[in-house]
Design a protein around this ligand. Structure first.
Ligand code: FAD
Ligand code: FES
Length: 249
């Protein structure tokens, strides 16, 4: 679907955890692919000036859903929207997951799992999911078979999501999807044995201005030199397209 600029109408709001919200929107005719994102306008006033990028959590009949945590002013304003209010929205944007056939391994840290429900719905068979969060109160569960790690041990094993990796037989998977904070994605990249790294796709994040390739504000170091634009070349990249040594937040 080509991106368009439209008014999405809040259908429903749910507070999932403290500071974490699910907003369902009416947007007739909206389509998108897993891993694509939307640029959503927090308010029509002058501040914040730019829209905020949010992953499509899943498509709904006649609309879509996003899940986000309050980080600053933009997400705080979005979290205050009530049913019936409109949010000016540009999308769908970017390149999403290459949904190759076979069994997938999904690895999500914190809000990085926000787009997994949509990805799971498009995969040919149920994936294995590894989830990490600071505590059970911050877990974004995706349904189905999950292994969990929490830093405080309140759910699953005590530790980081990468602590689950030693028990994984990577030869069983056709693809791996990784999304979360940069240190977590880097740790996954470094932990997965070299022979399986070509299976890894990562959903990246960068501070964004326009969201559609014009402002050059979202550069991510490319393997071999130069930069990718997170918004149009990504946000999903094959792990081997990125220069993990030069990439910092
Ligand atoms: C393609 C894409 C998809 C995203 N999808 C989701 C999603 O589904 N759910 C979700 O909760 N969040 C998602 N994010 C992150 C979300 O866009 C930011 O949290 C939001 O823009 C912050 O806006 P703000 O005005 O609330 O905070 P600001 O006031 O802009 O920033 C608050 C703090 O967060 C930091 N920050 C903000 N944005 C980023 C970023 N992109 N990378 C690193 N640090 C940042 C700032 O440095 C600052 O410290 C996504 C980001 C991208 C690029
Ligand atoms: S956000 Fe403007 S070029 Fe990517």
């Amino acid at each position: 679907m080509t991106a368009s600029d439209f008014d999405a109408v809040v259908r429903e709001k749910e507070r999932i955890h403290s500071g974490v919200f699910r907003l369902a929107f009416d947007a007739p005719g909206f389509l998108g692919a897993p891993g694509q994102f939307l640029e959503m306008e927090p308010c029509s006033g002058p501040f914040p000036m730019t829209r905020r990028p949010l992953t499509i959590n899943r498509l709904l009949p006649g609309g879509f859903e996003v899940v986000f945590e309050i980080r600053g002013r933009g997400t705080e304003l979005l979290a205050k929207k009530e049913a019936g209010e409109t949010v000016r929205t540009l999308g769908p944007l970017g390149r999403g997951w290459r949904t190759d056939p076979g069994r997938w391994l999904l690895i999500g840290g914190g809000m990085g799992a926000a787009g997994f429900p949509f990805l799971k719905s498009e995969l040919p068979e149920p994936p294995m999911v590894l989830l990490g969060a600071s505590s059970s109160a911050r877990l974004l569960q995706t349904g189905g078979h999950e292994l969990v790690a929490t830093e405080d041990g309140s759910s699953g094993i005590r530790g980081l999501v990468t602590d689950l990796l030693p028990g994984i037989d990577f030869s069983r998977f056709a693809a791996m999807a990784v999304c979360g904070p940069l240190p977590m994605m880097r740790a996954v990249w470094n932990t997965v044995p070299q022979e399986y790294r070509h299976l890894i796709q990562v959903s990246t994040e960068s501070r964004m201005g326009c969201g559609w390739g014009v402002c050059e504000g979202c550069s991510i170091p490319a393997f071999g030199g130069g930069y990718h634009k997170c918004c149009t070349d990504g946000p999903v990249f094959m792990g081997n397209e990125l220069d993990w040594n030069r990439w910092t937040e």
